[in-house]
Design a protein around this ligand. Structure first.
Ligand code: ATP
Length: 643
């Protein structure tokens, strides 16, 4: 209870019930959150902030909490709407100059020294003598201005953006400028993972309910209510990742009725279920022993979540909930051909795969990655896609997540119809023994797939688990079996200039995994062999605009210092021969032992355009891979020499 209540530390003088939320309260909370690395403390700080907002709101107001939540995760709308914060550094420098009267040179020099424009803005503001007292910033005011900036597009919008930022900065006090500028840059850098915000939101709702009831709950009751509330809010949000729906419902119907109120809804993409890697067929049988399971082809394309609303609207969403309808107009056009008459609304989980229509052969993912992301015209498309559906998450007004896979698959087959080269059910075989799995795996590879996905068929274990990397889905890739090791998705955080012919490009790169809990990038290896001249030139073009002088605050530095740092954005899929403990790299530090884990002989496979930096492999997966390797080697070589 003591640790829970931090309201006094962030409260703002004069903030009365019914007033708009002062932005200063958020800035106070952000500063406290930034100052601690303890997740539990971050949670209680967020809880306290949201509890204050709930208690000070006007009766019936849901907007103040909604906007507070959005600002805490630095978003303005659900991410699938594509409206994002992220304004260029030079515009921000200009606005800081205009609002503080400092020269651009001085601001740039400070930036070089500090590596954080937010801090530079705050210090610049605090150096300035203000003659008049600006009107305090409020959450609705900041929110609507940020939204205006995010929505204004085109070259002529630059002046407008600068003038809005200048206006906001002029009104900043204390640490506000730091957070406003970081918000505008696209990342708050306070280690505020979305999961923590969800838990804070749930806890605040439970505590508000307790205070309203006027009863004092026992410590045990309170603890169990908090835990239950957090689990409800997290699971509801994973089905319906839309705060516009979840936050008002939470305030109106309360935590306990939230599940009935907020369910999966076509048009709102959910984060897909993911699989755990397995290294050998025997491992599949060990994990699924005695249970019914199915093997499906693991197609080598792009994940596509296809939504059809009852009004006929169709949406195709990526693994990251990006709207891909403009990238796949052919898919949208083909879709009606495979829908049976009894199918009104649905959400399909599927893989879009490039297909050669002359031969029916499947083509690798690289074919799809050549497509533009937007404004693709059907008549210009060279290589068409075929949709391979493997799951049905919603049908005719009802979510299907809590049915077992056998039933979901049955419904899928009853409501859709295969169409040559356009729509197919993922090829499957309900294998039972090693020989059958091996034969099906070989067949999948022959047919141009990456391997198999093995899935539980029965019981609750086979329910669809949005946003989870679940043990009930296993992936068996041919690469793993070849003994070359698992592949990882890593973020490129640094570059080393090349030598000889390669001095104009980067010749090697520093890669990192991403820890969603601490929101930090942990370095894992340097990679520099096996790139062609063309590949290096292409990487240079993609990475050069992301260059920074200093490592960003959320990069846990380790390994040879690169010549340049990058904004963590670009994700590469990398293979490794081996993982080893390392005294210098920071990946998974503390998970196996104090030392981190690094990759030996990493090999670049491909750029993962479909993944954001937040989707990169996590330290827990890295540790798991390392431990599996130790087991496979007989457990005797745990302490390897680091590189
Ligand atoms: P990868 O890097 O192997 O694509 P990932 O991290 O994107 O992995 P995983 O859960 O590890 O996701 O692997 C599952 C991916 O494989 C899905 O995201 C999907 O795009 C693809 N896939 C292809 N065929 C299937 C299938 N039959 N069932 C589920 N996913 C499939």
């Amino acid at each position: 209870q003591v640790a829970l209540d931090r309201r006094d530390e962030m409260d703002v003088e004069g903030w009365k019930v019914g007033d708009p939320v002062p932005y200063a309260a958020l800035a106070n909370a952000f500063a406290l959150i930034e100052a601690t690395t303890k997740r539990i403390e971050k949670t209680s700080l967020l809880t306290s902030l949201m509890l204050l907002v709930i208690q000070r709101r006007k009766a019936g107001d849901t907007d103040s909490l909604l906007k507070t939540v959005y600002l805490c995760i630095n978003r303005l709308c659900p991410d699938y709407t594509g409206i994002e914060l992220g304004i260029g550094e030079s515009l921000l420098i200009k606005a800081i100059g205009e609002s503080t009267g400092r020269s651009l040179q001085l601001i740039k020099a400070d930036l070089k020294k500090e590596g954080d424009l937010g801090l530079v803005a705050m210090n610049s503001k605090n150096m300035q003598k203000t003659l008049f007292k600006p009107k305090p910033l409020t959450v609705p005011f900041v929110f609507s201005n940020l939204k205006e900036i995010a929505l204004s597009a085109g070259h002529s919008s630059q002046g407008k953006k600068v003038s809005i930022v200048t206006k906001l900065l002029a009104a900043c006090k204390g640490e506000e400028a730091k957070y406003i500028v970081r918000s505008l840059e696209g990342k708050l850098r306070i280690g505020n993972a979305e999961r923590t915000v969800l838990v804070g939101l749930a806890h605040a709702a439970v505590l508000a309910e307790q205070e309203r009831s006027g009863k004092k709950w026992s410590t045990e009751k309170l603890a169990s209510r908090l835990e239950e509330g957090a689990s409800i809010v997290k699971s509801v949000y994973s089905e319906l990742p839309n705060y516009d729906a979840v936050v008002p419902a939470l305030l109106i119907v309360g935590v306990n009725k939230l599940r009935e109120e907020c369910k999966l809804t076509p048009g709102v993409p959910l984060k897909p279920m993911l699989a755990k890697p397995t290294k050998a067929i025997g491992e599949v049988l060990d994990r699924f022993e005695g249970k019914r399971f199915t093997c499906e082809y693991k197609y080598d394309g792009e994940r596509a979540q296809v939504h059809k609303l009852a009004d006929g609207t169709v949406g195709v969403f990526s693994r990251n909930s990006e709207d891909m309808s403009k990238k796949y107009p052919d898919l949208v056009e083909q879709l009606p051909h495979c829908i049976k008459e009894n199918t009104k609304s649905f959400v399909l989980d599927a893989e879009a795969v490039a297909i050669d229509r002359a031969t029916g052969k499947l083509m690798p993912f690289q074919e799809l990655s050549k497509r533009k992301r937007k404004d693709v015209k059907v008549e210009d498309i060279q290589v068409r896609v075929c949709l391979f559906a493997f799951d049905l998450l919603y049908l005719n007004g009802e979510p299907q997540l809590h049915r077992n896979l056998t039933e979901r698959r049955e419904l899928l087959r009853q409501h859709f119809e295969p169409v040559d080269f356009e729509f197919q059910f993922a090829k499957s075989s309900d294998c039972e023994n090693t020989e059958d799995i091996q034969a099906f795996l070989d067949e999948s590879v022959k047919d141009g797939c990456e391997g198999l996905m093995v899935k539980m068929l029965e019981s609750e274990a086979s329910y669809y688990e949005p946003s989870r990397r679940s043990v009930n889905w296993l992936k068996l890739k041919k690469d793993y079996l070849a003994g070359v090791g698992d592949s990882l998705d890593l973020v490129v955080v640094g570059g080393y200039y090349g030598k000889g012919k390669r001095t104009n490009v980067y010749g090697a790169f520093l890669l990192a995994c991403y820890d969603a809990d601490s929101e930090e990038y942990q370095t894992i290896c340097k990679i520099g062999t096996g790139f062609s001249e063309e590949a290096l030139a292409a990487h240079y073009t993609a990475l050069q605009p992301l260059e920074t002088d200093k490592a960003r605050g959320d990069v846990k530095v380790g390994g040879a210092k690169p010549d340049v740092w990058f904004e963590p954005k670009v994700v590469w899929e990398v293979l490794t021969a081996d993982l080893s403990l390392s005294p210098v790299y920071t990946a998974a530090q503390g998970l196996i032992e104090e030392r981190g884990v690094s990759l030996r002989f990493p090999r670049f496979l491909r750029v993962r355009d479909d993944k954001g930096a937040d989707d990169a492999t996590g330290p827990d997966q890295v540790a798991e891979m390392y431990e599996r390797q130790v087991l496979a080697q007989g457990g005797g070589q745990k302490k390897k020499k680091g590189d």
